[in-house]
Design a protein. Structure first.
Ligand SMILES: [Zn+2]
Length: 160
């Protein structure tokens, strides 16, 4: 079976930046399982895997537009600590899901100075050129429930 929309694809992957530093990898763990065509992976990677089969190896370089997008300065905000009350002590590196006009985004606390917090809603890999080495481990059809949820269940996917 080939990778196509609504297929459940298991992959091993290594992601490197322009300097060759490994940013993320599934090596040594279980493969990542995702649902093709549902935005589970960045757009350029789904495109590169389209039509591949179990055993295929793919090396692809993605521009920020095909990856996690460009940095948007408007997504960096300074807010008073009290606007996050109820969250306990706010520390650098904490992440919060917040509603924006484009839907829910993850914001990372990048600085805490006095009573002010800097929140950054950009993906940590925004603006980065991404170098993926991917091995397709297996491809199968999705269940109806997986299609309704928009993600994979079981090994390498969601457990709930
Ligand atoms: Zn589910």
């Amino acid at each position: 079976m080939q990778v196509a929309a609504d297929a459940v694809v298991s992959i091993h992957y290594t992601l490197k930046d322009d300097q060759g530093t490994v940013l993320d990898s599934s090596a040594g763990g279980e493969p990542l399982a995702y649902l093709q065509g549902h935005g589970n992976l960045v757009p350029g990677l789904e495109k590169a895997l389209e039509g591949k089969e179990g055993g295929s190896k793919v090396a692809v370089t993605l521009s920020p537009d095909e990856g996690y997008g460009k940095r948007d300065a408007a997504l960096v905000q300074r807010v008073p600590k009290r606007s996050l009350r109820g969250q306990g002590e706010i520390r650098k590196g904490m992440q919060f899901q917040m509603q924006t006009k484009d839907g829910v985004r993850v914001f990372t606390v990048t600085a805490v100075v006095g009573d002010m917090i800097t929140l950054d809603g950009n993906h940590p890999l925004a603006d980065q050129t991404l170098h993926f080495d991917v091995e397709v481990v297996s491809v199968r059809g999705a269940t109806q429930e997986e299609l309704e949820h928009g993600h994979v269940h079981g090994a390498g996917g969601h457990h709930h």
